[in-house]
Design a protein around this ligand. Structure first.
Ligand code: ZN
Length: 490
């Protein structure tokens, strides 16, 4: 066999094992018996050790040095395998296992600290996580900043300086839009009735199928947190229900369906290769946000969905479609990022981006995080944070060492804005289709322009090829101003 064939055969088995490891994670969040937790963490650590050894295997380095690509897909294979190999070899094994150990302890301590609203008690552990992640970034950075090295793990090819430019363009118009909405008259919205769980889950499944989720290669289960996992022929999602709020189940399912159908729609020839997955976290989030918001919360689709909700839940749902549309798009300031509306969401992320960069650069000492968070929140959102679980302890990310991850949420929203503008330009009948409950043409457009390509193109190049322009904040802002200007009579 040639070096390239040897390399790809080795990589295929590594990717298959990574899928198995991912499925252990899915199992842990859905059906694993509670008493299995300790054994499971040992099982997962053993899988991680195998994966790390395969990725850092010196044979991979030799094959990479010898192999040459014959086409664009081959070149992308070598690029991605080389990237994973470089990462696995640059980080000392001792440091990698120390990070795994400390973040696993920290995640449990974070949950306890959040329940007790005790940031001060958690700060020493968080400082330890930050120190380890800085050490890891230093091993990877080369001539880049530590933060850019971290960002590269989730959104390859994007730097903090680029994000400063895009986020800097986003922020002032978002702040103005938010102020105009909240300073104006607020709609009076009705109380909702109760919604049985079976009805919610049945409707969520119906909507998942409508948006192209293939149940022969996937399944929906209940979990505390909605998520999507897996690639290729086995892509699973989870959801949750709240009897007083059926929209949480519906829209979080639709969000995960965006992630999952992206994976399902990747060219089957790429399955079980390093390219058989989404192009980046940001591109992934662009798909989920498009399904959830630009399509799922559009006035046209809400008209159709309102009819289905009335069929299933009767008078528990407001009588008028307009009222339903206003309800699922209500703009309200709140402490919690995951509950934020489309106007507030990115302001939450921008704040985290600035604070985590300051922690990584050393400008912000970890024990001072809570005060810095609360001060920034008051300035951006006009409210005093009342407790740490509503403030700097609300998200799990930092406790498990995810620095450089938050900005990919806003990158995803910006990409979604760019893609949606191009999609509307190409599909003049979009609203007519959505109004009769048919997202099909929009889904085909996304499959063709984005999803089928997997990780062959780099993220920014993928968006530029799909839309005809480099990614920018303008299209998302235009969309938000038009939608909420209309809804709030601005
Ligand atoms: Zn998501």
């Amino acid at each position: 066999m040639s070096a390239l064939e040897d390399l790809l055969a080795h990589e295929r088995e590594t990717t298959a094992l990574a899928q198995v490891a991912g499925r252990l994670g899915w199992d842990q969040e859905t059906v694993m018996p509670a008493g299995a937790a300790e054994q499971r963490s040992e099982e997962m650590a053993a899988m991680e050790a195998v994966l790390h050894a395969r990725r850092s295997d010196p044979k991979v380095g030799d094959w990479l040095a010898e192999a040459s690509a014959e086409d664009a897909v081959g070149a992308a294979q070598l690029r991605e395998i080389g990237r994973a190999h470089a990462r696995a070899t640059k980080v000392p094994a001792r440091l990698a296992s120390e990070i795994a150990r400390v973040t696993s302890v920290a995640q449990g301590e974070w949950a306890a600290a959040r329940a007790a609203d005790d940031f001060a008690g958690f700060a020493p552990r968080l400082a330890e996580v930050v120190a380890l992640k800085r050490e890891e970034a230093a091993a990877l950075a080369g001539d880049r900043t530590l933060y850019d090295a971290m960002l590269d793990d989730y959104e390859h090819g994007t730097t903090a300086a680029e994000l400063d430019a895009m986020f800097g363009a986003l922020r002032p118009r978002l702040v103005d839009l938010r102020a105009a909405i909240l300073n104006g008259p607020q709609p009076t919205l009705p109380e909702l009735g109760r919604f049985d769980e079976a009805g919610q889950l049945a409707l969520a499944s119906e909507i998942a199928g409508l948006f192209g989720y293939d149940f022969t290669r996937g399944r929906i289960d209940k979990a505390v947190h909605p998520f999507s996992s897996g690639s290729g022929a086995d892509v699973r999602i989870t959801t949750r229900t709240d009897p007083a709020d059926p929209f949480n189940c519906l829209y979080s399912t639709l969000h995960e369906v965006g992630h999952a159908t992206y994976e399902q729609n990747i060219d089957p020839d790429l399955a079980l290769t390093v390219l058989g997955q989404g192009a980046s976290m940001g591109v992934h989030e662009s798909q989920s946000r498009l399904y959830e918001n630009q399509l799922g919360r559009s006035r046209a689709f809400c008209g159709w969905l309102h009819g289905r909700l009335r069929d299933r839940f009767g008078d528990a749902v407001p009588e008028r479609a307009d009222t339903f549309y206003a309800l699922v798009n209500r703009v309200h300031a709140g402490f919690i990022r995951t509950e934020a509306d489309e106007v507030h969401y990115n302001l939450h992320v921008l704040m985290r981006f600035d604070l985590e960069r300051a922690m990584i650069s050393g400008d912000l000492a970890v024990p001072d995080l809570e005060a810095a968070w609360n001060e920034r929140f008051a300035a951006d959102f006009g409210a005093q944070v009342d407790r740490a679980s509503n403030g700097c302890l609300q998200d799990v990310h930092w406790s498990v060492g995810l620095f450089g991850y938050f900005p990919t949420y806003t990158i995803g929203n910006l990409y979604a804005g760019c893609l949606f503008a191009a999609l509307k330009r190409d599909l003049p009948d979009l609203d007519t289709d959505l109004a009769r409950g048919d997202p099909g043409p929009a889904l085909l457009w996304l499959r063709d322009k984005v999803q089928r390509n997997g990780a062959v193109p780099e993220p920014k190049a993928l968006i530029e090829a799909a839309t005809g322009a480099a990614p920018s904040a303008g299209p998302l802002l235009d969309y938000l101003e038009a939608k909420f200007g209309d809804l709030y009579g601005l």
